[in-house]
Write a protein that binds this ligand. Structure first.
Ligand code: PGA
Length: 250
């Protein structure tokens, strides 16, 4: 049995003081969990988060990174800039990056590859929009995101990747996929990985569900056969809510 990987995606929330309060409150609440706990915080909170979580079971992630090591890329952060301060994970290709900032499967691949080369563990996000689901295109879209977004990723590299299936229609909307919808989509995604990497690698791959996961629905979602964890936005901003999700799976 795999443990679960529960990651909080703070998005553009929490200044330094608020981050310190949230992390300090969270540490004892998740201390007994056997699940892997990650918080993906804004760049300006990373140093503080790494320092505060040292010696605890909470890991720290960033929310993006560039594919170059350095250079004239205003506003971007290199993977090695993250690893040198003790960051272990990085979210890549979140739907908000794809929708608002021009992220494509091709740039997702570049960022993932660079993150892996630097020793970061990428949490790569995929997911369909409501229109794509309703028009019967969900599987095509998910297949394209996996095939294109993982084109150059080797089986050895896949070991260090986490995939987050996040239907866009469920993110920040309060509408959660049902346990079955989430599990079925993740099963399909896993089958696409199996076509390329084989069954063994695909079943070892961690695939999270994300999209309005909260303390009320987490238990059901995390009990499903193919859901290996959660990527949580809104509910990760409140220590008691996030810890309840973490602790909903023993
Ligand atoms: P949400 O966000 O939990 O607020 O829906 C999830 C995500 O965007 O990762």
């Amino acid at each position: 049995m795999k443990n679960k990987i529960i990651a909080g995606n703070w998005k553009m929330n929490k200044n330094r003081v608020e981050a310190e309060q949230l992390i300090t409150e969270l540490i004892p609440l998740v201390a007994d969990s056997k699940n892997t706990v990650i918080i993906c915080v804004p760049y300006t909170d990373l140093c503080k988060a790494v320092k505060l979580t040292k010696g605890t079971n909470i890991h720290v992630g960033a929310q993006n990174c560039h594919w170059k090591e350095s250079g004239a890329y205003t506003g971007e952060i290199a993977p090695s800039m993250l690893t040198e301060i003790g960051v272990e994970y990085v979210v890549i290709g979140h739907s908000e990056r794809r929708t608002y900032f021009g992220e494509t499967d091709a740039t997702v691949l570049l960022r993932t590859k660079a993150a892996l080369a630097a020793g970061l563990k990428p949490i790569v996000c995929i997911g369909e929009t409501l229109e794509e689901r309703n028009s019967g295109n969900m599987e095509n879209v998910l297949r394209r995101q996996v095939v294109e977004g993982f084109k150059d990723i080797t089986e050895a590299e896949l070991n260090n990747v986490i995939v987050a299936y996040e239907p866009v229609w469920a993110i920040g909307t309060g509408v959660t996929a049902t346990d079955e919808q989430a599990n079925d989509a993740i099963k399909f995604v896993r089958s696409v990985f199996a076509e390329k990497y084989g069954k063994k690698a695909a079943s070892a791959l961690y695939i999270q569900y994300g999209g309005s996961m909260n303390d009320a629905n987490a238990k059901g979602l995390l009990a499903m056969s193919d859901i290996d964890g959660g990527l949580i936005g809104g509910a990760s901003l409140v220590a008691t809510k996030f810890s309840a999700i973490v602790n909903s799976h023993k």
